[in-house]
Structures are given as structure tokens and as C-alpha cells.
Design a protein around this ligand. Structure first.
Ligand code: ADP
Ligand code: MG
Length: 362
């Protein structure tokens, strides 16, 4: 259930540009008020980024979008575990160096790993960026199944259990003063897919805010962050949560009002493979070592994009009851679950953010 920006009172026509950075600028038609602009680019984190902004100057919006793109691209390269980039020490470099002592890394890697440790503790290990060795076994099977469905298979159970012995995040040592990270276990591999987009969004949005950005809505993959609201009165942006079952891009489960707030969604319907009629998605429960099946999707609403991203993945691995208990213990955080049969659950304060949509059962 990816969240999409929806136009107040209507739907945005989805536009996709396959070039690195393309701007589509549209006048909002709101008289003397600020104009509404929209841009979309594909690239950072291998996903689509959409930006909606209200401002008086087109150039100002363009500058903000360019800044966002360039910064996200840098974070993407640093957090990439699959590719090398000339002159960049990234997470692939760190993984390749596991067991071989400390490496000097960019402060954005240290920041991400610190955040990852906090999130692992907060979620009792349900979101664990040291799970890479297990995740790569599932990743390999997914790739194989997608390229040749007849050869689809599950990872070998013994291989999974072997890999699970190399997922101890405390073996990732951060020396903040020295600016280094050491992976003590040679078999440990980092995979930050669960938190990287949210963390990058948090950092870049903070920079944008420092530069005076306001009235900006940024959607990066399944993470949607509002800086301010739609206008000076801080009217919330409308953000639709897509219904994964509709098969129709334009159908929403409900619409949220976002103002200085983020919503992040984790679901089982975008990256998965099927074997013998069973869907195997890309979110793996660190305890069972198998894809979690508690819900179709879960969305988390909070101020901090990094927290939202981490929690949405963690909640996907928890039963709705356990997840609800966690969410209710965190001030300023709300969540919404779409259960396997289509049922819905939500945390106690979630409905305050719902603008329109079907009525929700408790
Ligand atoms: P999205 O695919 O939209 O980024 P998530 O934020 O839920 O969705 O992140 C899923 C990714 O996180 C997976 O592709 C994988 O790389 C990684 N991952 C899967 N399960 C876990 C887990 N339990 N803990 C940490 N990372 C995980
Ligand atoms: Mg996540």
C-alpha cells in the first residue's frame, strides 16, 4: 500500500519520467496564492520521487527539487550494497571488508548505523540491518523466481540457519571519534533497505527546512514526508494510501492529512515471488527467517521519517496485537494495518489523521 500524494479535491495524474531528473511544473490556478508545482524523478534508491510544493517562485521550487535529488543520490550511493562507485566508501565496501578491521566512512554512514542500532533496540530486533546474509539468500531466490518462474525455489533451510548466525548488530562497531566502522564478524552483511530511505529523507528534509523550505510534500518510494502544510494556514496535504487489492493505481483505502509529518508503508505486494500458490515477500522475520505474513501492509505515521520507515518494517514482522502495543507505547506515533483478509486495524489516535475514505472498523 504505497502512499501517494493526492491533489486536494482530486487526484494527481500519475506521471513518470525515466530520465535522471525531470521537472513537470504546473500552475495551481489559485489566484493570488502561491502556485502549485510538481516534479518527479527516478534514480535515487531505485524508486520514484515525487515532490509537490506551493511557492510564489518557480525557480525556488526547482532549486529545492534539484537539491533534494542531488542529496538523495549521494545517500543512495553511500547506502548501496550492490554497486561500487569510484572514490566512494559505501556499504558494499564495508561489507566486502567485514572481518578485516575498521574503515573510515562518511558521517552519513555512521549516522545511519547509529539510527539502525536505536531502531533494533526499539523493535526488539524485528528490524535489524545486520540481517544481510539471510536477506541475500531470499533476494537470490526472488531474482531467480522472477526471471524463471518454473525454477522458483525457497532458500535452503540449513543455509538460512547458518546465515542467521551472522546477524548480530553488536558486531558492527562504530567509532564516532575516529569516524570509522568495523564489522567484527566476517560473515555479517549489512542491508539497510528497511531504513535507508526514511533516514535519508529525515536528513535531507532537515537541511531543506534549514534553508527555509516550507509547504513541500516529498514522496520517496513508500515514504511520504510533509514539510509544513499546503498553505500558510498549514492546511494538511492529502495523501492517499493505495489499496493494494484494487489493482487500480487510483483507488485509495483512505486519505490522510499530513502536516509536518511522515507516513511510511511496508507491504507484501510490491516485491515478492510466488511458489506453489504461496507469496514470499521481501520482508523477513528475523526470528523465523521467513517472510512475515501478519498483514498485507502496515503504515506508520509520525514526525520522524526514519522512525516511520523502521517501524513500518518492524510492524510488518510483528502480529498486529504486538505491533499495536508497541505503537501505543510511543507518543506521537500512529499505525494502520491492512490484514490478510482485507480487515483493518488502527492505533488509537490514527483516525485524527484520516481526511476521508471508508469508515474504519475498530
Ligand atoms: P521498502 O521495500 O518499501 O523499502 P521496507 O522499508 O519495509 O520496504 O524495507 C524492506 C527491505 O528491508 C527489504 O527489501 C530488505 O532489504 C530489508 N529487510 C527485510 N526484512 C528486514 C528486517 N526484518 N530487518 C531489517 N531489514 C529487513
Ligand atoms: Mg521500512
Amino acid at each position: 500500500m504505497e502512499a501517494r500524494a493526492v491533489k486536494q479535491g482530486g487526484r494527481l495524474a500519475p506521471r513518470l519520467f525515466s530520465c535522471c531528473l525531470a521537472l513537470s511544473l504546473a500552475l495551481g490556478g489559485c489566484g493570488a496564492r502561491e502556485q502549485r508545482f510538481q516534479a518527479q524523478f527516478l534514480g535515487p534508491f531505485d524508486t520514484v520521487t515525487t515532490v509537490v510544493g506551493y511557492t510564489k517562485q518557480k525557480e525556488r521550487f526547482q532549486e529545492q527539487v534539484q537539491f533534494l535529488h542531488d542529496e538523495l543520490e549521494q545517500y543512495h550511493r553511500l547506502y548501496d550494497i550492490y554497486h561500487d562507485y569510484e572514490g566512494v566508501v559505501n556499504l558494499k565496501t564495508l561489507n566486502d571488508h567485514a572481518g578485516q578491521g575498521p574503515l573510515s566512512v562518511d558521517r552519513r554512514i555512521i549516522g545511519l548505523l547509529r539510527c539502525a542500532k536505536e531502531m533494533e533496540a526499539l523493535t526488539s530486533g524485528k528490524v535489524n540491518v545486520a540481517l544481510g546474509s539471510v536477506l541475500s539468500l531470499w533476494h537470490g531466490c526472488r531474482e531467480q523466481a522472477l526471471s524463471d518462474p518454473l525454477s522458483a525455489r525457497l532458500p535452503d533451510d540449513r543455509a538460512l540457519r547458518g546465515a542467521a548466525g551472522h546477524c548480530d548488530l553488536s558486531k558492527v562497531m562504530i567509532d564516532e571519534a575516529a569516524g570509522t566502522v568495523a564489522i567484527l564478524d566476517p560473515g555479517l552483511r549489512l542491508d539497510v533497505g528497511a531504513i535507508a530511505k526514511g533516514y535519508a529523507l529525515r536528513e535531507v528534509c532537515a537541511q531543506l527546512e534549514e534553508q527555509g523550505a516550507d509547504q513541500l510534500l516529498i514522496s520517496l518510494g513508500g515514504n511520504v514526508c510533509a514539510i509544513g502544510g499546503m498553505d500558510r494556514a498549514r492546511t494538511p496535504f492529502s495523501v492517499g494510501l493505495l489499496d493494494p487489492q484494487s489493482g487500480d493505481e487510483q483507488r485509495y483505502l483512505l486519505t490522510l492529512g499530513l502536516q509536518d509529518c511522515t507516513v511510511a508503508t511496508s507491504g507484501d505486494y510490491q516485491r515478492y515471488f510466488t511458489l506453489d500458490g504461496v507469496r514470499y515477500c521481501h520482508i523477513i522475520d528475523p526470528q523465523t527467517l521467513y517472510p512475515a505474513r501478519h498483514c498485507q501492509s502496515v503504515s506508520v505515521l509520525a514526525r520522524d521519517p526514519a522512525l516511520c520507515d523502521a517501524l513500518s518494517t518492524a510492524l510488518f514482522c510483528l502480529s498486529p496485537e504486538e505491533g499495536l502495543a508497541l505503537i501505543e507505547s510511543l507518543p506521537g506515533v500512529e499505525a494502520f494495518w491492512l490484514l490478510p483478509g482485507g480487515g483493518r486495524r488502527q492505533s488509537s489516535g490514527f483516525s485524527a489523521a484520516v481526511l476521508e475514505g471508508e469508515s474504519l472498523l475498530p
